[in-house]
Design a protein around this ligand. Structure first.
Ligand code: EPZ
Length: 446
């Protein structure tokens, strides 16, 4: 089993580069099924969730060509299958985007219930509500487990025709908003999705599809309107050009936030490149409340605005309170990382988790490193301690794993993190990137 070994207590210092967003690319890749021309996608992160998406595309019959690191040419013109291989669908949460994309393309889709991080109950009722509103018939394929309990194993969607419709989501859901867009983009007529999620990856999906010829407006607000388009040829292609469209995945807000918190926790001085500063506003504000300096600065070549996070070496940091909310609120996907930092500030911080029912499994791991944390039914109270010590801990899920890395970087002594396959799902070249700014961190294969 592979593990990360970190010798903590090193101040992170230097320049670090953010990759394309995991939660965007895992929707963009299925979205290529809706295109009537090949396309090129760049800034694709090197993570295992992308590998799974690309494998699913190939299994469905798509041609996927790696042009260079992080850049793929994808043609889905020859895809005929409408069934996502079950073992691949179960490996990741975002496999549910193949349901929306295949339904939009072929009016039929079958996929096993998705896997992904265990954060408590993760229903998909809002996705099904959207598909049904557009005219799909949904069938839940049930199986019986060893205890004799029935469970939903897979979903089948079928539609004679997809019609634009009004979809009012009962819950603000990233996945349901994305899936509603994917299924509606080629439906006949106008679709209006209300109570949408507004995350940067939703805007990115809409930008990508619009770039390829779709008519989606309002992404990034609570209401998205889609005028159905029967073919997506890319705008240049429509004008007679033979050039393929190249789309670059939006920078990963959560990876950038993870680097910001790692810099703060090690009393470092780090310049984060390839970030969109306004996506980071709430994270930056919480760090500033702790006494961390967060500034927008121009890169040396003046080509981009970066974020610099710095803390002077002996400065003690203050506590803060966090309530996770859909964007533009504080992201639940940054909650464990921020908790790792709050373990080593002076005083008491409160965390309220409003998105997932079970996102505190990492607390037991941080306690092994000397953290003082009490959990409540939907939150945690963190009593800051002067410092953490290295220990053997596990990555309970992706962001919990990122929290272990931050804690290990800040702690005195050696931290070993196991179950790192969770971290590989979402962080591209994390060891090399952190070593590049001074972390003493190794990836050990056993
Ligand atoms: C996405 O999950 C992300 N995953 C998650 O990132 C992230 O934590 C989450 O959005 C919130 O930002 C991907 O993008 C692949 P939701 P998703 O639908 O779409 C409830 C990470 O670490 N809900 O926005 O599955 C649900 O139970 C991962 O990168 C329903 O009730 O999340 C939750 O309480 C983990 N019915 C809330 O909505 C539904 O049909 C938000 O979930 C769907 C969701």
């Amino acid at each position: 089993m592979d593990k990360f070994v970190i010798e903590g207590g090193k101040r992170l210092k230097g320049d670090i580069y953010v990759s394309g967003a995991k939660n965007s690319v895992v929707a963009l890749l299925p979205a290529t099924l809706l295109l009537d021309v090949p396309c090129v996608i760049e800034n694709v992160p090197d993570i295992s969730d992308v590998e799974i998406c690309l494998t699913i595309l190939r299994e469905l019959g798509a041609s996927v060509e790696k042009l260079r690191e992080g850049t793929y040419r994808i043609s889905t013109l020859d895809v005929t299958s409408t069934e996502v291989p079950a073992e691949l669908a179960r490996k990741m949460r975002a496999s549910y985007y193949f349901l929306g994309a295949l339904l939009g393309r072929s009016h039929r889709a079958v996929a096993a219930m998705p896997g992904g991080c265990n954060l408590g109950e993760r229903p998909i009722d809002q996705h099904l509500l959207a598909f049904e509103a557009l005219g799909a018939e949904t069938t839940l394929i049930k199986k019986i487990d060893n205890d004799g309990t029935a469970y939903i194993d897979a979903v089948e969607l079928k539609a004679e025709h997809l019609y634009g419709s009004n979809i009012s989501l009962n819950v603000v859901s990233v996945g349901a908003t994305m899936n509603a867009i994917l299924a509606a983009v080629k439906a006949e007529g106008i679709t209006v999705i209300e109570n949408c999620a507004r995350e940067p990856h939703i805007v990115d999906l809409a930008n990508f599809l619009n770039y390829m010829g779709a008519h989606i407006s309002g992404a990034g607000t609570h209401k998205i309107t889609i005028e159905g388009t029967p073919v997506l040829l890319g705008n240049d292609a429509l004008e007679g050009s033979v050039e393929e469209r190249i789309y670059s995945v939006v920078p990963d807000q959560i990876e950038a936030g993870t680097f910001m918190v790692a810099a703060a926790a090690t009393r470092g001085d780090v310049l984060i490149h390839g970030v969109i500063p306004h996506h980071m506003k709430d994270i930056a504000e919480r760090l500033q409340e702790c006494g961390v300096t967060v500034e927008e600065v121009e890169s040396a070549d003046r080509q981009e605005v970066c974020i610099r996070v710095s803390v002077s070496e002996n400065r003690r940091l203050h506590p803060t309170n966090i309530k996770t909310e859909p964007y533009p609120g504080f992201p639940t996907d940054m909650q464990p990382q921020m908790a790792a930092l709050l373990c080593i500030v002076d005083g008491q911080s409160n965390i309220s988790e409003q998105v997932w029912e079970d996102r505190f499994r990492y607390v037991a791991e941080l306690r092994r490193m000397g953290a003082h944390i009490n959990t409540t039914h939907d939150g945690a109270i963190i009593f800051g301690v002067p410092g953490l010590h290295g220990a053997r801990v596990k990555a309970c899920d992706l962001r919990a794993g990122a929290a272990m890395i931050i804690a290990g970087l800040a702690a005195e002594g050696t931290t070993e993190i196991t179950d790192i396959y969770h971290i590989e799902r979402g962080y591209s070249h994390i060891v090399d990137k952190l070593r590049g700014i001074g972390a003493d961190m190794k990836w050990i294969s056993e």
